[in-house]
Design a protein around this ligand. Structure first.
Ligand SMILES: NC(=O)c1ccc[n+]([C@@H]2O[C@H](COP(=O)([O-])OP(=O)(O)OC[C@H]3O[C@@H](n4cnc5c(N)ncnc54)[C@H](O)[C@@H]3O)[C@@H](O)[C@H]2O)c1
Ligand SMILES: O=c1ccn([C@@H]2O[C@H](COP(=O)(O)OP(=O)(O)O[C@H]3O[C@H](CO)[C@@H](O)[C@H](O)[C@H]3O)[C@@H](O)[C@H]2O)c(=O)[nH]1
Length: 491
């Protein structure tokens, strides 16, 4: 590739949360480029071709409606799309391995490898292959080796790393107005030309100074580093929330106060019941495993603590629920508000709600769940593909009921547990809810979402992450769930 190629045909392998929205935005901004999004899953492709898209993402429907059939196509014909493309995005999943070497930590790269092998098999013309999936450092090298070992004579490949930074729920805005676009490539004339070809696509709507070129390994590591830093911020503020509950400091006030320091900044400091989503845990574990493989155990332990803190936060929250409900939730109806891992998405991957429900089921609670977007089947099975719950063999369907109305979900419940920060939870009629519940009625706010004073005035017993509201009701601070009462610090 002696000069930057003008891209006319793009193939995207993987029609998921990244592939679909990213390609929809590229098609919108580049009407002269044909974009084909392909996937092994016929069901997913059929949904992309229907009025009921597989992903709930604000703003996505309108873009797909505008571009689909014009220059945006969804298909299972993977080979044809690869064959025609000048540039291929690899957007397949890279979940944490559930077997073998690196089990529960290393990313599973089997989907990446199979996509790379397919590209090598099918390609009869030069292609730029863009690794958009999140991968360990040096994955591009493996992709290049697979391509170069299997290609047809005369066919050349360039592999770029172009990690995606969109967050679910705000994906369209993030894609239209990214903080940066990162492109890593080989430090050769061919590598620079490939970077230029991809930059020319993004520069249709992203300012040139926001398109950052690096070497391939920096780009791959920057994606893991960005997610690790973001997850670390949440674990840090969550660790503060435990201190707040034990002392009477208010975590929202602490977050505001520290966020005013321009070196710290105000974003991503909302203490919560714990972070969820398909990326943070997986990518931090990926970094931990990478560090271990590089014989850097201290680095691995440092980042692993981010995950440990997240687990601790979820456990702490549930322990508190059990203690506040007079040390037993057995056979009590507990209502979970929110099953998605954050608002404005129907995605439940690694949602804290799952862990919370499992812990409560371990205590034999009867769980009722309401979420405005999540598929009821997923909630009924706690996002597993079976109704049997883990090692206990518990039949979870016996313990879970799904409701279409928050008011029905809360009827005769002993407690409401806010797990997702959906806006609609802020404006429910809590007086009506209170009068339909078993008394004393409890609310556990895992998202600092509600007006606690108002709820206490209604009569609720309220406990919230990072706040000590005890003076208003039981006199027991949130953190006393640890067992022996937290000791007052000596100054
Ligand atoms: N979800 C996010 O918000 C997000 C954001 C940034 C980066 N990422 C990263 O992007 C990657 C994709 O994430 P996602 O959430 O879109 O995953 P996803 O599971 O929603 O989608 C991946 C798709 O790839 C398909 N696939 C797998 N192997 C294939 C193959 N060989 N040929 C064709 N299709 C194949 C699967 O069927 C699936 O539909 C991951 O590495 C993830 O870490 C995700
Ligand atoms: O102050 C905060 C911010 C977030 N969260 C939680 O953290 C999780 C992740 O949220 P967010 O980062 O907004 O959503 P994701 O879609 O997981 O996006 C992250 O993961 C993506 C996949 O790698 C990256 O592309 C994004 O840049 C990165 O923000 C969710 O459970 C949130 O509720 C908090 O608890 N407190």
């Amino acid at each position: 590739m002696s000069e930057a190629v003008k891209i006319k045909n793009i193939c995207c392998i993987g029609a998921g949360y990244v592939g679909g929205p990213t390609c929809a935005v590229i098609a919108l901004k580049c009407p002269d480029i044909t974009v084909k999004v392909v996937d092994l899953s016929k069901e997913r492709i059929d949904q992309w071709n229907s009025n009921n898209l597989p992903i709930f993402e604000p703003g996505l429907d309108d873009i797909v409606k505008e571009c689909r059939g014009r220059n945006l196509f969804f298909s299972t014909n993977i080979d044809a799309a690869i064959h025609e493309a000048d540039l291929v995005f690899i957007c397949v999943n890279t979940p944490t391995k559930s077997y073998g070497l690196g089990k529960s930590r290393a990313p599973d790269l089997k989907y990446i490898e199979s996509a790379a092998r397919r590209i090598a098999d099918i390609s009869t013309s030069n292609k730029i292959v863009v690794e958009k999936s999140t991968v360990p450092v040096k994955a591009a090298e493996s992709i290049m080796e697979i391509l170069n070992s299997n290609h047809k004579p005369g066919v050349q490949f360039q592999v770029l790393s172009n990690p995606e930074f969109l967050a679910e729920g705000t994906a369209i805005n993030d894609l239209l107005n990214p903080d940066r676009v990162l492109i890593g490539g080989e430090e050769t004339p061919e590598g620079r030309n490939a970077i230029e070809s991809l930059s020319n696509i993004y520069s249709r709507w992203v300012a040139r100074q926001k398109i950052v070129a690096t070497n391939t390994w920096s780009s791959e590591l920057s994606k893991l580093a960005a997610n690790a830093f973001l997850a670390q911020r949440i674990s840090s503020i969550n660790s503060m929330s435990a201190i707040c509950e034990a002392t009477g400091a208010d975590v929202a006030e602490v977050a505001h106060a520290i966020g005013l320091d321009s070196r710290i900044g105000p974003k991503f400091l909302v203490a919560s019941v714990g972070f969820g989503g398909s990326c943070f845990q997986k990518d931090v574990l990926n970094l931990v495993y990478l560090s271990e493989c590089l014989n850097l155990p201290q680095v691995a332990a440092y980042w692993n603590q981010v995950i440990e803190m997240n687990e601790y936060q979820k456990r702490r929250f549930v322990d508190n629920i059990v203690h506040a409900l007079f040390n037993t939730v057995c056979d009590k109806k507990i209502t979970i508000f929110g099953f998605a891992f954050k608002k404005d998405t129907a995605d439940t991957r690694e949602s804290p709600s799952i862990t919370i429900c499992k812990y409560l089921i371990d205590e034999c609670a009867q769980i009722s769940i309401y979420d405005p977007q999540v598929d009821p089947e997923q909630m009924l099975h706690l996002n597993t593909h079976t109704h049997k719950y883990t090692h206990t063999g518990i039949d979870i369907e016996k313990y879970i009921k799904i409701y279409k109305s928050p008011y029905e979900a809360a009827k005769k419940a002993h407690a409401i547990v806010i797990c997702t920060e959906w806006d609609e939870f802020k404006t429910l009629d809590y007086e009506r809810i209170y009068s339909s519940m078993c008394q004393p009625a409890h609310i556990f706010d895992g998202r600092q979402l509600l007006d606690h004073k108002y709820l206490i005035d209604i009569g609720f017993r309220v406990e919230a992450i990072g706040k000590n509201l005890s003076k208003s009701h039981t006199g027991k601070p949130f953190s006393s769930v640890e067992g022996p009462k937290a000791k007052r610090p000596k100054w």
